[in-house]
Ligand binder design. Structure first.
Ligand SMILES: Cc1ncc(C[n+]2csc(CCOP(=O)(O)OP(=O)(O)O)c2C)c(N)n1
Length: 685
């Protein structure tokens, strides 16, 4: 039997509550109807429980949406955002009624799904189901981690809850299992999920595809689970929320039986309430049925508004109380208080990068994953806000921070995270940690498994979140594990995400700079792409441009030996840069002037000025791109005189150097391709 509590008191909410709940319902309905687009069903069904949470429990200040110790509220079922916008408006956030009337229109602050940064009070971009729930796990992790670091006896400056409103779709998505399992394991007692169980998704009843006992599932994950039979029963919802808040040893799932499209005579409990407006006539019938005036549209009774706006006084008082506690804390712990402000504001400490390692040729050959590990060791000692780990591959990704301890229920001060083999949740948890603020989150796995975490990576980029990914085993050169483990199309795929910066360093020193860029970037994610195999360390005396060059994304590493314009440019990234250097020497002995351009980051390089890019890649000079990844993408660099040595099929299982040979990553082949490219030019009369 499911270890659960079932709560039910009266069904109809008291009159005043009902008016306020209907205010939210019909604001959402009118928004969707006016936009002729959107989802009225979830707002109608979930307004009562959202109201209960926001009215009786949620700690927030509409006048300062981002004060650090607010409770977090994530609407994981982002398609129901009309409800969230209604809540934000009535409680007094800077979201005027006009914005509700412009729901889903160009330039409005009420987009079709909640977008972080666009609407005050929206804590996370949601819409891809399951992400918000996993983000919330990351936020709850950040809360306990910061509490462990900063709270002192008598001083609780980090002390808030993280709430989620999730739907059937959120729980159907696999990520909810990964994140739920992780949250249960970590015993995140201040994470509370309200699950709107309305039995309906787009294709119809959940009986079609979703029949397991969800409460048993979450109980098995180690969660505290409760059931509320009537979502309109605000007292039962409140009772469950109270019990969930008191349960500090386990995260809480409150399954609330809701009714999609509640009150709509023809659409309640049907999929028709899901993704389209109710229709003018049905809106009328629904309003009449629930005792609501049909007009005016966007009606907000005075009493309801007055009541909702008390959130401002309540929230300001909560914030003022926190600020005075922060002052008292600062009095006793001045340094720690300054440190708290620093990390919350995402500022880096003075001289954080002065001790970063420099490598000489004698340190090589060295895999860039090893150089990354050595860099992390130094960063870790300077940046106690670094927190991260790997999806069970730390011995291979070199992401462990020595001396930082394991982050686990008995030690929330630990900073090494063990995400388990849960890449998808790892990505979304990292986003939640970044959204919370106060930490520099990073996560590692093999580059091939970035595929498993692409949805949250895309959202990290969309939300401009400073998250760092450490992706090792970056090409077919990783060898024996074969094509299942050899990334081919991942590089171009990741580079194509708007706002993502991918850096594939060529050696240990480029890796150090890549980390410096990653730590310094505050407005978006950085993916570090690193080798398993050892590479020579570029001699800094011979190649002095490395430091500035990596920052620019691409640079002239080695020019043709004479001062004359190069005849051909070998453009390469990561491990293939060394091949290009060797080929350049061979070509020189064959009388061809070749320049080697290292492009650790095509994303950064494309941000540079045209004159700089033209200096590095002068128009008219033929280009031979060499990268052990899909050739797609390199064509954008050139006119007709381009050739690419890439990998446009899957890889193969054999020792790495053998695979590279077979795929044409040899000096001979590079020189052959270079001559082939040059021949028509030389043959011109
Ligand atoms: C990852 C993902 N897959 C598919 C969708 C498209 N989608 C939007 S809402 C929805 C159905 C959601 O049903 P449910 O979660 O029960 O929400 P409700 O019916 O309560 O509104 C689907 C499939 C999505 N938003 N995200």
């Amino acid at each position: 039997m499911t270890p659960s509590t079932t709560l039910s008191t009266t069904v109809a909410p008291p009159a005043l509550d009902e008016i306020r709940i209907n205010t939210l319902r019909f604001l959402a309905v009118d928004m969707v109807q006016k936009a002729k687009s959107g989802h009225p069903g979830l707002p109608l069904g979930s307004a009562a429980m959202a109201y209960t949470l926001w009215d009786r429990f949620l700690k927030f200040n509409p006048r300062d949406p981002f004060w650090p110790d607010r409770d977090r509220f994530v609407l994981s079922a982002g398609h129901g955002c009309a409800l969230l916008y209604a809540l934000l408006h009535v409680t007094g956030f800077d979201l005027p009624l006009e914005e509700l009337k412009r729901f889903r229109q160009w330039g409005s602050r009420t987009p079709g799904h909640p977008e972080y940064g666009k609407t005050p009070g929206v804590e996370a971009t949601t819409g891809p189901l399951g992400q918000g729930l996993a983000n919330a796990v990351g936020m709850a992790i950040a809360e306990v981690a910061l509490a462990a670091r900063f709270n002192r006896p008598g001083h609780h400056i980090v002390d808030h809850y993280t709430y989620v409103l999730a739907s059937d779709g959120d729980l159907e998505e696999g990520i909810s299992c990964e994140a739920g399992s992780e949250a249960g394991h970590l015993r995140l007692g201040k994470l509370i999920v309200l699950y709107a169980n309305n039995h309906i998704t787009i294709e119809g009843s959940t009986e079609l595809a979703f029949t397991e006992d969800r409460m048993a599932r979450f109980a098995a994950f180690g969660w505290h689970v409760q059931r509320v039979e009537q979502s309109n029963d605000v007292d039962a919802v409140a009772l469950a929320l109270k019990a969930a808040r008191e349960e500090r040893g386990r995260p809480s799932l409150i399954l609330v039986r809701t009714h999609i499209g509640f009150g709509s005579p023809h659409k309640q409990d049907t999929a028709a309430a899901h993704g389209e407006p109710l229709g003018v006539e049905e809106v009328r019938l629904t309003k009449e049925g629930l005792g609501w005036p049909v007009t005016p549209l966007f009606h907000i009774p005075d009493e309801a508004l007055e009541h909702f706006r008390k959130a401002i006084t309540r929230g300001s008082a909560a914030q003022a109380d926190w600020e005075s506690r922060l002052k008292a804390f600062a009095k006793d712990n001045a340094e720690l208080a300054a440190e708290f402000q620093r990390v919350i504001n995402r500022q880096l400490p003075q001289r954080w990068d002065t001790n970063l390692p420099t490598f000489t040729s004698a340190d090589g050959p060295m895999a860039t994953r090893i150089a990354s590990g050595k860099t992390i060791a130094v960063l870790n000692s300077r940046l106690p806000e670094m927190m991260g780990g790997s999806a069970d591959l730390a011995p291979s990704t070199f992401t462990n921070m020595d001396g930082a301890g394991n982050f686990e229920p008995e030690n929330w001060a630990g900073r090494n995270m063990h995400f388990g083999i849960r890449e998808h949740a790892m990505g979304a948890i990292l986003n939640g940690m970044a959204l919370h603020r106060g930490l520099i989150p990073f996560g590692g796995t093999f580059l091939i498994f970035s595929d498993y975490m692409r949805p949250p990576m895309r959202l990290a980029a969309m939300n401009a979140l400073p998250v760092i990914y450490v992706f090792t085993h970056d090409s077919i050169a990783m060898g024996e594990d074969g094509p299942t483990h050899q990334p081919v199309e991942q590089l171009v795929g990741l580079r194509s995400i708007p706002g993502m910066v991918v850096i594939r360093p060529a050696d240990a020193n480029e890796t150090v700079i890549a980390w410096r860029i990653a730590i310094g970037r505050k407005d978006g994610p950085v993916a570090l792409v690193l080798t398993r195999q050892a590479l020579p360390v570029l001699d800094l005396a011979r190649y002095p441009g490395i430091y500035e060059g990596v920052v620019l994304g691409g640079y002239i590493l080695a020019d043709s030996s004479s001062s004359a314009k190069p005849e051909i440019i070998l453009i390469a990234t990561g491990s293939e840069v060394h091949l290009a250097l060797e080929a350049r020497d061979r070509l020189a002995s064959e009388g061809v002037r070749a320049r080697v351009v290292s492009v650790p980051s095509t994303n950064l390089f494309s941000m540079q000025s045209e004159p700089y890019r033209d200096k590095v890649l002068p128009p008219g000079v033929p280009l031979l791109a060499i990268e052990a990844g899909a050739s797609l993408g390199w064509n954008s660099y050139v006119g007709p005189q381009i050739a690419v040595i890439g990998v446009d099929t899957f890889g193969a299982s054999a020792p790495g150097p053998v695979v590279m040979d077979h795929y044409g990553f040899t000096v001979e082949n590079v020189c052959r391709q270079a001559h082939k490219l040059l021949r028509p030019l030389k043959e011109k009369p």
